[in-house]
Design a protein around this ligand. Sequence first.
Ligand SMILES: [Zn+2]
Length: 168
Amino acid sequence: MSAISGFRIGLGMDSHRIAVGGPLILGGLKLDVDMHFVGHSDADVLLHAITDAVLSGAGLPDIGQLFPNTSAENQGRDSAEMLSIAMQSVRDHGWEINNLDCVVQMERPKLSPLKEEMKSRISSILGIQPDQISLKGKTGEGVGEVGRGELCEATCVVLLLKTMPQGA
Ligand SMILES: [Zn+2]
């Protein structure tokens, strides 16, 4: 048995430019579409926002400090692996996830048909249940960098719980 001894909210945001040629790595899935995100790692914009949200909530150094983009080790790196390492560090500091709420802004592909598979994948990376994750897709309404299909932005808020053994 454990009792909740504290709450923390964490916010993570990320953006990556979009270029021609697939596959697209998003939310831990490899999507067969003719576009990809540009970045030093595999550029999974959603996993990066989630990574920063959990790290930030736990008061830990951010993704850029943990996995510098100047390091050859992080070239083309699997963002799922980075998230898994970050989450382990969050747990080591006594925090667990209550829930995540995420928004992905891009013109295409549509997020709705991918949502359930993406939630399942993200929950397995984090060691939580899919129903602890909310995912929403938004477009840029044809305006700005997102609307022109040049950029994808992701935002994530997380609620972390600190638990301690009952009686402690
Ligand atoms: Zn990123």
